[in-house]
Design a protein around this ligand. Structure first.
Ligand code: BTN
Length: 249
């Protein structure tokens, strides 16, 4: 049975265990009001991007945030990037240096500590669900992932309680993004590009069946990644970054 409490402009539900907080919100999207979030202690079928699973044992942070109506859909990657920057900020406040791996992972010392997913739709009404998973005390092993193993916050410093983290996250997130029609990246571009994973380094971007080698230049205001390739600067709106082409996240 879900419990609930108010946190400034948000209504927060808490559950000990759900299949997926994304699914929990999606199934109730008509009944829930704008700015509702769910925080779960465990997910039995956590979902990652690109159809991957997100292992969600006890001791992690698993939350989904509903905005309805959805912000303009062109802003979706920017909302995820703001969330990543806010998480990196919260880690930094505890002296843990974090970087943001495009499109929106939070990396500490070569380990993926947090992942973000953004989903939206227009049925039965306009909705946007931001999902955040953070390994707080556990770092689930993901054998199929050849690089960027999972790391936990606790490996690098004292981990906050999930409820405390939720409050801090929403405080920063709402402070940075006050109007749904505005670009949430407006005030964070410099910060984002200063903590950009592999900035100035050679990587490979994988998209569909194609790979694009290049040097990471920056993230632009629309959330796209600029790579310096042999053919000059190229801008990408989707894809996955690999350090060598054989890797798969
Ligand atoms: C990724 O890096 O692939 C994104 C992972 C997102 C995981 C979170 S955990 C809370 C929310 N519920 C889910 O089922 N997924 C997201």
């Amino acid at each position: 049975m879900a419990e609930q409490y108010k946190l400034k402009r948000w209504l927060i539900f808490t559950e000990d265990s759900v299949t997926s907080t994304q699914k929990w919100v999606r199934e109730r999207v008509s009944a829930l009001s704008d700015r509702t979030a769910i925080l779960a202690g465990v997910q039995t079928a956590g979902r990652g991007r690109s159809g991957r699973t997100w292992k969600s044992p006890a001791g992690g942070f698993y939350a989904s945030f509903l905005l309805k109506p959805s912000p303009p859909i062109v802003l979706a990657p920017c909302v995820s990037l703001l969330a990543a920057v806010v998480l990196a900020r919260l880690l930094k406040q505890r002296s843990i240096p974090a970087s943001v791996k495009w499109p929106n992972d939070v990396i500490v010392e070569g380990k993926k500590v947090a992942g973000i997913i953004a989903e939206s739709g227009s049925f039965p009404e306009s909705w946007f669900i931001l999902g955040i998973g953070i390994n707080l005390t556990e770092s689930p092993s993901i054998p199929e992932r050849k690089f960027l193993p999972a790391g936990s916050w606790l490996e690098f410093g004292e981990a906050p309680a999930a409820g405390e983290l939720l409050e801090k996250f929403l405080g920063e997130f709402d402070f940075c993004w006050r109007n749904r029609e505005d670009n949430p990246m407006d005030g964070i571009m410099e910060e984002l590009n200063s903590i950009l994973w592999r900035k100035g380094e050679q990587i490979t971007l994988s998209r569909g069946g194609d790979t694009f080698p290049g040097v990471v230049r920056q993230i632009d205001g629309d959330g796209s990644l600029v790579l310096l390739t042999d053919g000059g600067e190229r801008r990408f709106v989707s894809g996955e970054l690999l350090t060598v082409p054989e890797e798969r996240g």
